[in-house]
Design a protein around this ligand. Sequence first.
Ligand code: SF4
Length: 217
Amino acid sequence: MSELLTLGGLAPFSTVDYPGALAAVVFCQGCPWRCPYCHNAHLQTGRGEGPAWSSVLAWLKTRQGLLNAVVFSGGEPTIQSGLPIAMTQVRAMGYQVGLHTAGCAPKALKELLPLIDWVGLDIKAPRALYDQITGQPGSAALAWESLEAVHTSGGPYQVRTTVHPEWLPPQAIQQLQLELLLIGVASPTLQAFRSLGVGLGSGPFRGGPNLDGPPKN
Ligand code: SF4
């Protein structure tokens, strides 16, 4: 039987992935971006190495009344075409729906927003530095379009930014805060980069920050 979602894993209990809720976290497989500090790089490919979505749904039925929310994380959940139905399924079971996204797919995100109770949106850098972090030309425009959609939707959300000294030095964080302020978005929640399990290449700011412009290689 083909499954609605291609999954890389399931965290059955989390207190930190959805504000104020006990949540299960479903890790979706696949991401079009290649951030060098990606903590879930094993989820970047589309290979499904996690549980079947149907088995997760059956398990969620046994957790009704014990958990409050289901968070779709990744990888990048919004690139999976089955996500709207999967979210509808968990909402019908009484769960709040959370989404962790990098905003890679703003069109899909806009269609999903009515099904989502809370969004954790990764904004990675000021616009000028975006593509060198994601490895994808045009990624800043996608992320900012997603941010605008989430911001104007009126629903609760949190902008999160991973701080890695070689990829996002202090001056870049200040620039990002300014760019967010200009569109009426509060400063991001800064998340410290965690090195466990991450294979980094040479960061553009290795050897010291340089915010005069994109690094020259
Ligand atoms: S957008 Fe997220 S999941 Fe995708 S490569 Fe970057 S950090 Fe990893």
